[in-house]
Design a protein around this ligand. Structure first.
Ligand code: ATP
Ligand code: MG
Length: 471
């Protein structure tokens, strides 16, 4: 849990306080001293732990006194509650969205009925007033306003997951092909629109018109993020999500999905914006420009379709929104897709892992170690450069593409290439392969592992990167 490889390594620390974050140590000392004096102190409490490599994790401590030879000692039991904390936060967020959804859904539902009456009567008036030019135009503008209102309530209903869905088995490569012209027209000439689909695409089980709506919303967001022009890439591919990826996502089951990824080279989003982006009426656009319902619609649609939606974004670089849609079971019989542990390729080489996200880094390190590899992991390109200068026997550099603090993945790879021309490099990123290559961040032919990945994908790409060097 704390990254130590043996009991003796921990005992050698000599002081159990070293297992906690620096600013927690005084609290631990005070509690333990008070406990030994027989005073009342909390017996269960949360505390921040510090792992061997210095990253922080959320712990729960249960402590009590025990007889120890002639004297008294404190016995403490630590459990890692990081994942649980994350789930709780997600649950709170989901409950909030659910509450807002019920409210907006209820209003939208009633409002829709009113709009129906307004629209119907305006149509009647339009017909009757055909001879009077001026009044005729009034009737038409009432109709237009009612239709816009209906569009808004439709998005609200989608967010509230109350839009009636009519799912069919859809070939997304076909959908994208058909939508291309519409997209080019909606988005304007200054943006280069590319649609791609990987071969052998599974059919997805979704409502086709809502799906088109969702893709259009994402494409329009991408356009708005690229006022000076850029590249919009929409691609579809097959993915398998394993329980490792789904375990801390609410309402998402492991299994096979068809992924639609919409990537732009625009302004990107801050983490605060990402956190609120799915909320209805959240917009950073000026009044009259955005209603803040686009992503809400996509979110509700994804959830109602038993899929999932995730945002990856880097400020100033661009955004990828990934929409996971369940694979249709109508065409193919359910296949067995759990890859048995024995058939995953393993090895014992030494790998340098560079990843700025603490959680992802410790996860990857654990995965690689369980595959037999020796792993050194660091949090950024600058640290990685130091390690590379001092250590010559790495067999693979495995690095995130986009990293803060100066040296990003490609720059690090260049430094590594100068030091060790034969050292293979494997990149990883939340962006998809096509998006990254088209955005000019990576050259063609570089190896990339797109997040999220399964253990077997990691094992195979790592093996392939090293075997390629060996010829
Ligand atoms: N591709 C993107 N790049 C950068 N920021 C984005 C992107 N997509 C969404 N956002 C941010 O998320 C906010 C919410 O998006 P959403 O689509 O829900 O509403 P909107 O685009 O502002 O309005 P609407 O879609 O209703 O016209 C946006 O205002 C913007 O700040
Ligand atoms: Mg929008």
């Amino acid at each position: 849990m704390l990254g130590y490889s043996s009991e003796s390594e921990i005992i050698q620390l000599g002081d159990a306080k070293l297992l906690f974050a620096d600013d927690e140590r005084e609290r631990i000392s005070d509690y333990n001293a008070a406990r030994l004096r027989g005073e009342a102190v909390p017996s269960t409490y949360e505390i921040v732990g510090k792992t061997r490599d210095g990253s922080l994790i959320q712990l729960e401590n249960r402590a009590f006194t025990v007889r120890w030879g002639e004297g008294t000692a404190v016995c403490a039991m630590l459990s890692d509650v990081s994942a649980q904390k994350k789930l709780e936060a997600q649950l709170r967020q989901a409950q909030r969205l659910e509450a807002v959804g019920q409210l907006t859904g209820g209003i939208a539902h009633d409002f829709n009925n009113l709009l129906l009456v307004i629209l119907g009567n305006a149509e009647l008036l339009e017909e009757r007033l055909a001879d009077d030019n001026e009044l005729h135009n009034f009737a038409i503008s009432v109709q237009k306003a009612a239709l816009r209102g209906a569009d808004l309530t439709g998005r609200l209903l989608s967010f509230a997951r109350r839009q009636p869905l009519d799912p069919k088995a859809i070939d997304l490569s076909q959908t994208l092909k058909e939508m291309k012209e519409l997209l080019v027209r909606a988005i304007g000439e200054h943006v280069d629109v590319r649609t791609l689909s990987s071969p052998g695409l599974w059919l997805a089980e979704v409502d086709p018109s809502q799906l088109e709506n969702a893709i259009l919303n994402l494409a329009i967001n991408a356009r708005d993020a690229m006022p000076g022009g850029g590249v919009l890439t929409i691609e579809s591919s097959n993915v398998e999500l394993d329980s490792d990826y789904t375990k801390d996502k609410l309402e998402l089951l492991p299994g096979r999905y068809v992924l639609v990824a919409v990537s732009d080279t625009g302004v990107g989003m801050t983490s605060e914006t990402i956190a609120q982006a799915f909320e209805p009426f959240f917009t950073t656009k000026e009044v009259g420009k955005g209603s803040g319902l686009g992503l809400s619609m996509v979110y509700g649609f994804a959830k109602q379709s038993r899929g999932h939606v995730a945002i990856y974004s880097e400020l100033g670089k661009g955004t990828t929104v990934k929409l996971y849609l369940p694979k249709s079971s109508r065409t193919a019989a359910l296949e067995q897709h759990v890859v048995p542990y024995e058939s995953v390729p393993k090895g014992s080489e030494k790998i340098l892992v560079v990843e700025d996200d603490d959680e992802v880094r410790s996860h990857v390190e654990g995965q690689l170690k369980s595959l037999g590899y020796e792993v050194v992991s660091v949090a950024n390109g600058i640290e990685a450069t130091e390690v590379l200068k001092n250590t010559a026997d790495f067999d693979l550099l495995f690095t995130d593409v986009v990293m803060p603090k100066g040296v990003n993945g490609p720059a690090l790879a260049e430094i590594a290439r100068r030091l060790y021309p034969d050292l293979p490099v494997l990149f990883t990123s939340g962006y998809t392969e096509n998006a990254i290559i088209h955005h000019g961040q990576l050259d063609k032919g570089t190896l990339l592992l797109a997040k999220p990945y399964r253990r077997v994908d990691l094992a195979e790409k790592v093996r392939a990167a090293m075997d390629r060097r060996n010829g």
